[in-house]
Design a protein around this ligand. Structure first.
Ligand SMILES: C=C(O[C@@H]1C=C(C(=O)O)C=C[C@H]1O)C(=O)O
Length: 367
């Protein structure tokens, strides 16, 4: 994809984009209050307002709709920053374009549905407006990439992605569990697409927003979209996860937007040396793993000849416990050691099954 980075969207966006936003636009006064707080804050690069709010069940506040759009125009003239809204259908797009909204974004509940995404894309054919695409609710990279491709195919070349986490009913910590690996995979697949992180929807509670923001920047995310309300306790939607302007400004002061190393440019000599050593160690790790798996194949052949079962619980328990102990003594976490060993063991089982059945077996664990 030949897309433009956010700094080249012609909207005055800097290197790290910070989008401040009330979850929902509620009153003109709420927007005025936020403008007063952010008037002299150059770090706020964009303003977002929820106008149409998808709600799981009817009866909750679903956004003010078109009547709130003129208030966002006021934000543009007061703060001189672009404004963006979520669009979920073609009438939203039409209303947003009519009111000079600068950037549109596609929400997680829309990204899951290629029909909806295609309809929105078709309504944007020939329109020069940036579009940001939130990840779908489920961790399906192809859906996320697909939605970006649908936009690109109708001629939108100002594109970004938003990582807002994924629904996980078993997770007790986050509202939407982050999947940094999936976000990294998106970067590998579409290196030109920048990713904004939405720590508010990931954490679901204001006190976690800072830690998640820092984590996102550590993972190389290109910006933050943080829900902000003059008085979060009174918010008509998502009260628990919004920061007040003062909290947002403190967060922006305290987190570190680290410099990223551009691979095209020169890598500092010290870092290069360390990376060379890492390359060397990885080569040794791979050689050792390969030796281990060749032995596993021999064990598999032995088990086939002697009609023994592939999985050996007692041996596996010993291997797991002793290696986790060795690893933790060398400063590696128990969780990491377990994950690593489980991945190796799954592969061992798979290789032995393949030998016995003489055909490929689906991997047991996806990592
Ligand atoms: C290699 C074996 O087969 C399996 C794989 C193991 C491993 O990868 O270390 C351990 C126990 C078995 O479940 C074995 O039985 O020794």
């Amino acid at each position: 994809m030949n897309t433009l980075k956010m700094k080249d969207w012609g909207l005055g966006l800097g290197k790290h984009v910070v989008i401040a936003e009330p979850c929902s636009v509620e009153t003109e006064k709420q927007i005025d209050d936020l403008c007063n707080s952010f008037e002299r804050e150059p770090q706020i690069g964009m303003f977002r307002g929820g106008i149409w709010k998808p709600r799981t069940r009817p009866g909750n506040f679903e956004g003010l709709g078109e009547e709130a759009l003129p208030w966002l125009q006021k934000v543009k003239s007061r703060l001189h920053i672009p404004v963006c809204v979520e669009v979920a259908n073609t009438s939203h797009v039409e209303a947003a374009l009519k009111h000079d909204i600068d950037v549109l974004w596609i929400g997680a509940r829309t990204t899951v549905n290629p029909f909806s995404v295609q309809e929105i894309a078709d309504s944007l054919r020939g329109v020069d407006i940036p579009v940001m695409v939130k990840n779908p609710i489920n961790p399906d990279l192809a859906l996320w990439v697909g939605a970006l491709e649908r936009m690109y195919d109708v001629g939108i070349n100002k594109l970004a992605a938003i990582h807002r986490g994924f629904a996980d009913p078993y997770d007790k910590i986050y509202r939407n569990k982050p999947n940094w690996n999936l976000a990294m995979q998106l970067k590998l697949e579409l290196p030109e697409i920048e990713i904004i992180n939405d720590p508010s929807h990931i954490s679901g509670k204001s006190e976690m927003v800072q830690a998640v923001s820092q984590r996102a920047l550590n993972f190389g995310m290109d910006g933050l979209m943080i829900e902000t309300h003059p008085n979060p306790a009174e918010a008509w939607s998502d009260a628990r996860q919004q920061l007040n302007p003062e909290q947002l400004l403190t967060l922006l002061k305290e987190i570190s937007f680290r410099e990223r190393i551009d691979f095209e440019n020169q890598i500092p000599e010290n870092l290069k040396e360390m990376r060379d050593s890492i390359d060397h160690i990885d080569q040794k790790l791979i050689d050792l793993l390969s030796d281990r798996f060749h032995l596993i194949d021999k064990v598999g052949a032995y088990k086939k000849a002697h009609e023994l079962s592939v999985y050996q619980g007692g041996r596996w328990k010993d291997v797991l416990e002793s290696r986790v102990k060795l690893g933790t003594e060398k400063d590696m976490s128990e969780k990491f050691m377990k994950n690593l060993l489980i991945a190796i063991h799954d592969e061992s089982i798979k290789r032995q099954e393949k030998q016995i059945a003489n055909k490929d077996i689906e991997p047991l664990t996806i990592i």
